[in-house]
Design a protein around this ligand. Structure first.
Ligand SMILES: [Zn+2]
Ligand SMILES: [Zn+2]
Length: 82
């Protein structure tokens, strides 16, 4: 099952499970669209894979299959901010 992480690894902004601003790679590294577009250019800095929009998990399914609450924050992987 896809891990729905609660934040962007680059800027730590909140990405709730119903956010349409979240993008994710095949290893579930999760970023906001702004970082993906402006800093990462659509490529995951951890694995080099493609970042695509994270699908929304229907609210009814979140009861039994809740989103992850474990924040992953690795700004070092996003060092091209300047
Ligand atoms: Zn971000
Ligand atoms: Zn990745």
């Amino acid at each position: 099952m896809l891990q729905l992480r609660p934040n962007c690894e680059c800027c730590n902004v909140d990405l709730p499970p119903d956010s349409r601003e979240a993008v994710i790679c095949s290893f579930e590294c999760t970023f906001c669209r702004r970082c993906a577009d402006t800093v990462l250019h659509g490529i995951c800095p951890n694995c080099g894979g493609e970042l695509v929009r994270r699908p929304i998990r229907p609210a009814a399914k979140l009861e039994r299959h809740p989103a992850s609450t474990e924040r992953v924050y690795k700004p070092s992987g996003c060092g091209k901010l300047a």
